[in-house]
Design a protein. Structure first.
Length: 196
């Protein structure tokens, strides 16, 4: 009887042990990195960290003053690329898998003129104020075959803090316009001299 009990207990311990390890194997990793991008287990992109120390490639500007007061994105668009990907781009002219491109919006300082411009010691112009939102593109062909290999994410169009994670945006809201206007490579390279 004692022996039987012992054997039973042992079998139990083994079953529990195996169960746990099988379960661990079956569960997807809670986070998965590709390059500088980190996805949670739902497949949402986690807010990139440290991007203000990445390679700053340019700052397109489409202010209200030049768009009848109705610019969709009246802020500076500060664009950063993760350094590893930028290095590969310099060598090959192609953004590699794992590239992350961050576009952070930066409000203009309050203007003195109707076109929103103001005077500075350097002249009349537009000057950066506060952070106001973030859009991100990630090159991951396995996850995003339909966006020509790129996933698009919006972390909010408002002052920080931005949302902690974002799900991939629809083709209508993002990738469609990039595909029709920036071409197969999806990045508006012509607006960034360092990408020429
Ligand atoms: C109507 C067209 C259009 C839509 C829709 C659009 N974009 Fe863009 N996007 C552009 C243009 C044009 C640029 C470059 C010039 C600029 O920033 O003004 C750009 C730039 C970017 C950049 C910087 C890299 C690059 O290609 O220049 C990122 C990142 C980005 N967009 C992400 C997004 C995300 C995320 C969405 C959806 C939430 C989105 N875009 C929707 C037109 C669009």
């Amino acid at each position: 009887m004692k022996m039987l009990l012992k054997a039973g207990a042992l079998a139990c311990v083994m079953a529990v042990g195996m169960g746990v390890s099988l379960q661990t194997l079956a569960q997807p990793p809670s986070k998965e990195n590709i390059g500088a991008a980190v996805f949670n287990k739902k497949g949402n992109l986690i807010l990139p960290e440290g991007f203000r120390e990445w390679v700053f490639i340019g700052a397109p500007l489409t202010p209200h003053g030049l768009n009848n007061g109705k610019a969709g994105f009246p802020e500076f668009h500060h664009v950063y690329v993760n350094p590893d990907a930028f290095r590969v781009y310099q060598q090959t002219g192609v953004f590699p898998e794992g590239t992350v491109i961050v576009k952070e919006l930066v409000l203009l300082q309050k203007g003195d003129y109707p076109d929103g411009s103001k005077l500075a010691p350097s002249g009349r112009g537009y000057f950066g104020g506060e952070f106001q939102g973030m859009d991100v593109m990630v090159k991951d062909t396995r996850r995003f075959p339909s966006g020509n290999g790129w996933g698009f994410f919006n972390f909010g169009h408002h002052a920080p803090p931005y949302v902690a994670s974002a799900e991939a945006a629809s083709a209508d809201s993002c990738s469609g316009c990039h595909a029709s206007n920036a071409g197969q490579e999806m990045v508006f390279k012509k607006y960034y001299p360092v990408l020429q």
